[in-house]
Design a protein around this ligand. Sequence first.
Ligand SMILES: NC(=O)c1ccc[n+]([C@@H]2O[C@H](COP(=O)([O-])OP(=O)(O)OC[C@H]3O[C@@H](n4cnc5c(N)ncnc54)[C@H](OP(=O)(O)O)[C@@H]3O)[C@@H](O)[C@H]2O)c1
Length: 498
Amino acid sequence: MARNMETEIENEAYAELTPIQKFFFGRSIFITGATGFVGKVLVEKLLRCCPGIGMLYLLMRPKRNKTAEERLEILFKSELFSKLKEVNPTFQKKVRLIDGDLLKERLGISDENFEELKATVSVVFHSAARVQFNDPIKVAVQHNIVGTKVFMDMCQEMPNLEAVVHVSTAYVRKEEDNYVYEQIPKTKVTPKQILDAMEWMDPAGQKAVEDYLLEGKFTTYLVTKALGEVVVSQECRGTPTSIVRPCNISPTFRDPFPGWCDSIQGLSGLMLAGAKGVLRTLMSVEDLKLNVVPVDLVVNCMIVSAWHVAKQRPSSVYVVNCVMDYENSTWLFEALKKAFKKKRTQYPLVNMFRYPDFKVYYKWVPYRIHSIIDELVRVHKKIKFIYDIFLRLGREPWICRIENFNAMKDNLKNGDEEVFNLDTDNFDWDVYMEDCFLGGRKFIAHEDPSNIPYAKKKAQIWWLVTTVLKWFFILLLIYFIFPRSLFGNEERIHTIHS
Ligand SMILES: NC(=O)c1ccc[n+]([C@@H]2O[C@H](COP(=O)([O-])OP(=O)(O)OC[C@H]3O[C@@H](n4cnc5c(N)ncnc54)[C@H](OP(=O)(O)O)[C@@H]3O)[C@@H](O)[C@H]2O)c1
């Protein structure tokens, strides 16, 4: 396969590639979820860091009045691809759109397209999923279990497959000892049982099943992702397969540049809400770890695991927990407080809702009093929902075993340890939080760094107005609460004037 590509890359240059780059040389890849947070970074990384890669086939569906073609065009306009455009301006020649949908038979792929995929593709990445925590069980089942089953069935018809990578989540199940093992989880029901139940049950019955599975602590997303893993292990039938399990995914650490993110569903959303002044209060428990992993690390882990299983051909599914070292993870509130305190004056936003001020409460009553005004803001509810997920998942330790992750990491050599970095040992949380803050400012709030001096002046005015108003109301309150005699004898003054 590699030989066909020799016109594209000189032999000499080929010899200089890293082992993983050589593995991907000339290979064609099929990817689901390319419009998602993880999928975009994966596409960019493969195109930029795997010279001589074959074709990337991206499964996409039309959405919100946009055709799949239009969505592909929008995708490549993202700032994320700016570095790739510099190093390889013709990269789009390597990309083929495959119209399809997880919810359709054989993913809705046309016969003609499927013949091409069968003939050329040797590695597949399944990143598409329904990542909504509050979906009704049926919707989550359709995407995360049925969609995965249809995907795996399709893989069985592809004769040249050498690696299947399925993306799951680290929160599928922890054991009573608080450890998350790199194993397929035990589930309360089998995928077949739940699929049958969704077939014949009325909505009330489905709700009862949902309550039974959620046990008042999980979400439909997590339960169906766990069952999705079971589907992968049942249906991989000897094809080298890995399951990559990230915890909460956060902005890029350094690839293609630090701090990139285009979604408010996570750390960046929390930080921006704080910077805008929308979010000023949070209720917490004291020791809450920030369980996040940068998206570029997740993507590296996916690419490395494809290579790893293709080479090692493990006899069962290779499960990889993709997380930061729990012991060295920072405390959520330390990180947020530090970030807000420093950044609100250093890099304020021009478009603020009010002056950013951020307080963490550990007692419910003062929190409720302070948060009343916050909750009047509509977007606050959405942000609070994201935060509650951090709170719910961070409240108890989810300590991920990372033996498989480490085995993969230790195998990286001859440049792969640089290009597909999995090393988190020297991770500097303060620097990373600063990058996340600046990235959120630039890529989500769309505020150019050049406007920082203007934003600083505006923030000073906001601060002045807020402080004056605050003291005005405090004095007014004192005036009405305390006896009038404290402010002089009104009757006497009146007499003198008359
Ligand atoms: N984000 C996190 O913090 C996190 C944490 C742990 C694990 N994960 C896992 O990582 C993977 C990627 O997550 P993400 O953050 O990239 O999610 P995301 O941004 O919500 O993207 C989801 C992707 O799935 C696609 N998709 C959903 N339904 C589809 C359907 N019916 N047909 C075709 N495509 C469909 C979406 O396509 P459209 O654009 O067409 O909707 C989108 O490309 C998921 O498997 C998720 O479970 C994510």
